[in-house]
Design a protein around this ligand. Structure first.
Ligand SMILES: [Zn+2]
Ligand SMILES: [Zn+2]
Length: 337
């Protein structure tokens, strides 16, 4: 089977490797049919992260189930499923507490598409082994467009959790989204609107994303003085200064969800945050429990993830499409079941 591999920084290629086999009665083999690029992927390809090549790329997809082990009950051959980015058992203390990202049954940070806790393959590959099928896979409801939820494995659900969780406890929340990565900011705008925000402002310096954010329901001209104006800030930027500006924009009692990955230690205006009793949350997203809600939002038209994924390509064109700037892209493959 073919696997999409980051071989060296900047060098992406399809490589022939042995097809994986079921490893336990709880495992499944799936074939990705719609794989999306995560906002991290272009930086992974370029070698601009702590995760060094070679490794198989991809951690967002909808796949068809090819084969399941004897103990798998939740899915069967032919089902379309979302494949969460994180490898997790569903049974350890951390998983049972809803923290699949801290699963103790596998190496720390074990995930598809990054060489952080071993090599688990990538979700652009032709066939992928899912070690804990029932704990990980989420079947698509009938009629849901697989392309529209290709990103439910990570970015789309991350945006929902980052926006909806703080909005839920802050009625009529005034929301600021600080954009900067390919899709997360615009998706967070859509999710903030879907979660019932009273208003959503969007901050970015990129005209393409500003247009997408406006079409998603944001005011993209919030003015110059933002300090202490917002109940909820979603920081979807890699720019430490933009995060800093977002933190200053928090009103007393506010919450900032930081979902843009910053590898360095940014400057945090901690004393002012202390005086305003605000919260900063940062962390990888436990997507699995939230994927059904995201399916519902997409299915009912309350968000439109394809707005940030205008490029849909075949596997032959994937290596070129995945290094293009600005937008997410989706790589498609024919079903065989
Ligand atoms: Zn990701
Ligand atoms: Zn676990």
């Amino acid at each position: 089977m073919k696997e999409l591999v980051v071989q060296h920084p900047g060098q992406l290629a399809w490589v022939n490797v042995p097809s994986p086999l079921l490893t336990s009665p709880r495992s499944a083999l799936v074939r990705p049919i719609a794989s999306a690029s995560c906002d991290l992927d272009r930086r992974l390809i370029a070698g601009l992260t702590p995760f060094k090549p070679p490794f198989a790329l991809g951690h967002e997809c909808v796949a068809e189930v090819l084969e399941v082990g004897d103990e798998v009950t939740g899915v069967r051959r032919g089902d379309l499923v979302s494949v969460p980015w994180k490898i997790a058992c569903g049974e350890c203390r951390q998983c049972l507490a809803g923290r699949a990202t801290a699963c103790t049954a596998v190496a720390r940070h074990a995930a598809f598409g990054v060489p952080a806790g071993g090599h688990w393959g990538g979700l652009f590959s032709e066939v992928v082994l899912v070690p804990f099928a029932d704990a990980m896979l989420v079947p698509l409801p009938p009629g849901l467009n697989p392309l529209a939820v290709a990103s439910a494995s990570d970015n789309l659900t991350d945006a929902w959790v980052a926006a909806s969780r703080p909005i839920a406890s802050r009625p009529d929340a005034r929301v600021l989204v600080v954009g900067g990565t390919e899709s997360l900011g615009v998706l967070a705008v859509q999710m903030a609107v879907a979660a019932g925000a009273a208003s959503v402002d969007y901050l970015d310096d990129n005209p393409y994303r500003l247009d997408l954010a406006q079409r998603s329901g944001a005011n993209v001209d919030p003015g110059q003085v933002l300090d202490e104006r917002y109940d909820v800030v979603v920081s979807a930027t890699r720019d430490p200064q933009a995060l800093h500006r977002g933190l200053l924009a928090l009103a007393p009692g506010g919450h900032c969800s930081c979902i843009g990955i910053i590898f360095d230690d940014p400057k945090i205006p901690l004393f002012g945050m202390y005086l305003r009793d605000v919260t900063l949350s940062v962390g990888v997203c436990n997507v699995r429990p939230h994927i059904p809600k995201v399916f519902e939002l997409v299915g009912s038209g309350r968000c439109d993830p394809l707005l940030v994924s205008p490029t849909i390509v075949s596997c032959e064109d994937a290596t070129e499409a995945l290094v293009q700037p600005l937008a997410k892209c989706i790589v498609v493959r024919e079903r065989i079941t």
